[in-house]
Ligand binder design. Structure first.
Ligand code: FE
Length: 344
């Protein structure tokens, strides 16, 4: 036998084995997930789910827009049973596109507060992310800060860093403000904020935090898990930057801190609908909620589960009780407002 032939046989055997390993035949059948969340953020949870339920999990990860397009073009032929993604804006975009179905589950409604799920059950929040003000400890006193609205005050001229209006996190924040203050007032606010920008928006949430630490600006808006990731980082520069800044919980006396969710919905054409619901129930359950809180510095949706030590160190806050579904409903209005305000 030639060595080339041998290696072909070996690779064929390996291929078969790896195929079997990827999709083990389990008694409970299977469930197929399209996930915009990175594999290392959810894989250990999914492995736990398989072990406990006997249901095999097949995971496809990708970018939010690409997965949504894929679901739309696959239509009734989609292999996906569950769409997992971050931000209520994206969940509601999927709902509007018709790729999700309504699901009722007592377990889900018992574990997930009403403001963190779609009223009709098209999607459920599975982790909470807060978007507070993050400020330079050496240049800003907490007493200088109060609300998101107050960041438009001319006293912050040249001192605000914020990422671009393309970011769904900012779109959702602005959508929340429209829900509370109306479109005209929010537009005036956005104009004031843009006038205070220290630089044209660039980079992600981490980059804004680093810019505050580096003295390019004094305040920013960022999701807490980015700062949590920097605090817990192996990278010395990240750790040092995180040590220069602190969290301020805005709107404590008014509407509360802007919060959003990562979440999931069952697809409109799910072939494994029951397994898909079981998976969502597992992700809303105690062990999975604890894992989210410890591993990714997100807040559990289930209020009975404590957040990570890093999150606890920033203190408690009042979260906005607006249903996050509103953030999706008002997304188009938010984009218009930011556009008119010249928020790049
Ligand atoms: Fe993120």
């Amino acid at each position: 036998m030639s060595s080339l032939f041998k290696s072909r046989i070996l690779s064929a055997v390996f291929f078969l084995l790896s195929g079997l390993l990827a999709a083990p035949v389990l008694a409970g059948g299977e469930v197929n997930i399209y996930s915009a969340r990175k594999e290392d953020l959810i894989k250990p949870l999914l492995d736990d789910f398989s072990k406990q339920s006997g249901i095999a999990v097949n995971l496809v990860t990708g970018k939010e827009e690409a997965l949504l397009q894929r679901l739309q073009s696959e239509g009734a032929n989609t292999p996906a049973d569950v769409l997992l993604t971050s931000d209520a804006g994206r969940l509601s975009a999927a709902q509007k596109a018709g790729v999700l179905q309504a699901v009722k589950s007592e377990t889900l409604t018992a574990h997930i507060p009403a403001s963190y799920r779609d009223p009709e059950g098209y999607w459920y929040g599975l982790s909470v992310r807060a978007r507070p003000i993050i400020y330079a400890k050496d240049r800003v006193k907490p007493g200088d800060l109060s609300t998101y609205e107050a960041l438009a005050d001319p006293k912050w001229k040249g001192k605000v860093c914020v990422r671009s209006s393309d970011s769904v996190y900012n779109q959702s924040l602005v959508a929340g403000m429209i829900a509370h203050d109306g479109e005209a007032k929010t537009e005036a606010w956005a104009k004031g904020l843009v006038a205070n920008f220290a630089r044209p928006p660039k980079g992600g949430d981490r980059d804004q935090i680093k810019a505050v630490a580096a003295g390019e600006c004094d305040v920013t808006l960022a999701n807490t898990y980015y700062l949590g990731g920097m605090v817990d980082s192996q990278d010395e520069a990240d750790k040092q930057a995180a040590a220069q800044v602190a969290v301020f919980w805005p709107d404590a006396k008014t509407t509360g801190v802007h919060v959003n969710v990562s979440g999931a919905g069952v697809t409109a054409h799910a072939r494994n609908r029951d397994n898909a619901v079981k998976l969502l129930e597992f992700l809303a359950g105690d062990s999975a909620q604890r894992w989210y809180a410890e591993t990714n510095n997100e807040y559990p949706v289930n209020p009975a589960i404590p957040p990570s030590a890093t999150l606890k160190s920033w203190g408690e806050f009042k979260a906005d009780t607006l249903n996050v579904a509103k953030l999706g409903e008002l997304n188009a209005a938010a984009v218009r407002v930011m556009d008119r305000a010249g928020w790049k």
